[in-house]
Each structure stands twice: as C-alpha cells, then as structure tokens.
Design a protein around this ligand. Structure first.
Ligand SMILES: NC(=O)c1ccc[n+]([C@@H]2O[C@H](COP(=O)([O-])OP(=O)(O)OC[C@H]3O[C@@H](n4cnc5c(N)ncnc54)[C@H](O)[C@@H]3O)[C@@H](O)[C@H]2O)c1
Length: 351
C-alpha cells in the first residue's frame, strides 16, 4: 500500500502512522499536513528518518498540491485526519477555518481521489455529527441515526461527510466514512481535556470542569481507533459509514477524578465553571457494524482504568514534549484569546 495520510501530524494521525509502520513493513506512508497550531512533527520524531515515511507540508484545500503528492508518490490509498478539531475554538474563535478544512478540504480530497483512480479513501469523522442524546435515553448512535450536528465544529464535519455520500452516489468515488467517539492516549494537544488537566495539575493549578460535570462521552483508546481504521482501509465497503466506539460511557467528573487519583491530588483541585454554550449532554455509539467486520477494542470498558493510568503516566513522562508544544504555539493561543470568554480564561490559565 502507498498511503497518503492527510493531517498525520496531529493526535490521532500520528498514533495511526506509528501503528501502520509497526504493523506493515512493506507499506509506504506520505504524511500531508498543513502544520496548524495542532500539528506537531515531534509526535513522529522517531520515524522521521524511516525510508518508508515521508512528510510533505500542505493544505487539503489546495487541490493542485494534493494531486502533485499523489502523483509523485504513486499513492493508491488515502486517509484523512486533517481538521480543525477544537469545539471551543469553533464556538468562541470564529468557525471559517472549520468550514474551509472540514468541509471544503474533504471535497478537495474527494476530487483528488476521483481524478487519480485511488483504490480507497477513508474519511475520519466524528460521532458529534449525530447531535446529542439525553442522559436517560435508551438509545445509541447507529449508522442510520440522522445527522443533526449542534456545534459549528460538528456541522463542518457533517458537511464533509455529506460530500462523501454525494461523491459515492454520484461518481462511485470509493469512500468510507467513520464516526468515532472521544479518543484518549499519547500525543494529544494540551487544549483537550485529558492532557490539559494533567498539565495544569502538574503545575499545581486547579482544573475547570464545565457545568455539573455530568456530560457523557464514549471514550476509546487511540490505538483501538487506529486498528479500526486499519481494518476499514483494507476491508471497509465503499459508500458505507462505520461507527467506532467501545461501549465505555463515562461522565466528565469520572474522567476528572481518575486523573486526580492517578496524580495523587484531591477533589479540592476541581473548579466548576459556567457550561459551554450548546454543550451536548451525551454521546454513545453502537459499534456492532465494525465489530461484525472483525474489529474489537483491546481497551474494553473493564480496562479503561488501566488505559487512563498509562495515558496520564505518558504525559507525566513527557512533560518536555508538552512544554515544547505549548511554548511553540503560545502565540496562536494568545490570538485565540481575542474573543474573551470562559474558554479563553481556561487557555490563559494554562500559560
Ligand atoms: N480527538 C478525538 O477525540 C476525535 C474523535 C472522533 C473523531 N475525531 C476526528 O479525527 C480527526 C483527527 O483528530 P485529532 O484529534 O487527531 O486532531 P488534531 O487537532 O490533533 O490534528 C489535526 C491535524 O490536522 C492538520 N490540519 C488542520 N488543517 C489542515 C489542512 N487544511 N490541511 C492539512 N492539514 C491540516 C493539523 O496540522 C493537525 O496535524 C479529525 O478529523 C477529528 O474530527 C477526533
């Protein structure tokens, strides 16, 4: 396989590249990433000189650049992680870049795939496109749940998903779309909940929990997500959507307490703050379809405590990694603080 990975310098993309290089000795990988504030080549420092791996800086909204890299490297498969991903930024910082990358960027990749006879394209999307569930609702997201996103981030992702469906129906472009739940694991940018809390606690600072802390997400280890995407690249049926989750619903307070306990800190370090506008209450995934294809998570619900402990330990062991990415991106964070609100206070607190 000669695989183009768009957005491979971020959290999930870099974990996915590690997985693929260690699983398939003969595969070649080209990582095509714009290196926004969230892109970090340090995530891939250990494979940078591997002859099977190439990095190309580029923007997925640039069709010429995409086509050039596909032709130069005789690419036959494509997977897309490139996105603006931070929900708070899409609410408080303006969402033009979200629409450009998450919707238009996907459409540009679809054109590049179509024009270059690519065998398969996997577009990595999110369960947030399904909107929200109630806490007491007896229902999970399935692949046929209607797309009714509530956040600008999720709406922009849904735009990309709809383009995938349209290209499949109209042109038979061989695209598979995935809807995964919240990921945890190493190399996540420290604006996201788990590394953000770990980093603040290590500095002796309090951690802000939105609202009553009872919002529920279905947490999955990033390595399990990587293995699911690997399976779909090989066996996913074009034109189909696959949900990815591991039946591990946890509320934010539970996650917070696990982090506090792993770091030997007390609940007095929690600071309850005004909830995020439009904060979806609950997401929960029915992953039967991909499980029937042969995938199952290693970090099942009963192994979540172990996965979280390992993740917190990774951030503790890699404080220089966190400090460096924070320092390098401080300017972008400061500019994001332009629209002053609660989340910008949160950002300030970490500086
Ligand atoms: N993190 C999660 O919990 C989660 C859950 C479900 C789905 N997803 C989806 O998985 C994908 C990856 O998420 P992540 O958490 O790794 O994101 P991330 O923010 O850590 O990384 C995004 C990467 O995309 C790159 N990028 C952004 N705009 C680009 C552009 N225009 N052209 C090329 N590269 C660009 C960035 O430089 C960065 O390397 C996203 O599509 C996201 O919607 C994430």
């Amino acid at each position: 396989m000669k695989l183009l990975v768009c957005g491979g310098a971020g959290f999930i993309g870099s974990n996915f590249i590690h997985h693929m290089l260690s699983t398939y000795p003969d595969y070649k990988i080209v990582n095509f990433d714009k290196l926004t504030y969230a892109g970090n080549l340090d995530n891939l420092a250990d494979v940078a000189s591997d002859p099977r791996y190439t990095f190309v800086q580029g923007d997925i909204t640039d069709l010429d650049a995409l086509e050039a890299v596909i032709k130069e490297h005789s690419i036959d498969h494509v997977i897309n992680f490139a996105a603006e991903t931070h929900v708070d930024r899409s609410i408080h910082g303006g969402c033009k870049d979200f629409v450009l990358t998450n919707t238009l960027g996907v459409q540009m990749i679809l054109d590049a795939v179509r024009n270059n006879n690519i065998t398969k394209f996997v577009n990595v999307s999110t369960d947030e496109v399904y909107g929200a569930l109630e806490l007491d609702e007896d229902r999970l997201f399935t692949e046929s749940t209607p797309i009714v996103p509530n956040m600008p981030y999720a709406a922009a992702k849904a735009g990309g998903d709809l383009m995938c469906n349209a290209y499949w129906v109209t042109h038979k472009t061989p695209v598979v779309v995935t809807h995964c739940s919240n990921n945890y694991g190493p190399y996540q940018f420290p604006e996201k909940l788990i590394p953000f809390f770990v980093f603040k606690l290590l500095k002796g600072e309090k951690i802000p929990v939105y609202g009553d802390g009872l919002n529920i997400r279905d947490w999955i280890h990033v390595n399990d997500h990587a293995r699911a995407l690997d399976l779909l690249l090989h066996k996913g049926t074009p034109g189909e959507i696959y949900n990815i989750g591991c039946d591990n619903e946890r509320n934010n307070l539970e996650i917070t307490k696990m982090i506090l306990s792993a770091l030997g800190k007390g609940e007095d370090m929690i600071e309850y703050v005004t909830d995020r506008p439009g904060h979806d209450r609950r997401y929960a995934i029915d992953a039967t379809k991909i499980m029937n294809l042969g995938w199952k998570p290693e970090y099942t619900r009963d192994k979540f405590a172990r996965g979280m402990k390992e993740t917190v330990q990774w951030y503790q062991d890699n404080t220089p990694w966190v400090e460096k990415i924070w320092e390098k991106k401080r300017n972008e964070m400061n500019s994001f603080q332009g629209g002053l609100d609660r989340s910008s206070e949160t950002m300030k607190a970490v500086t």
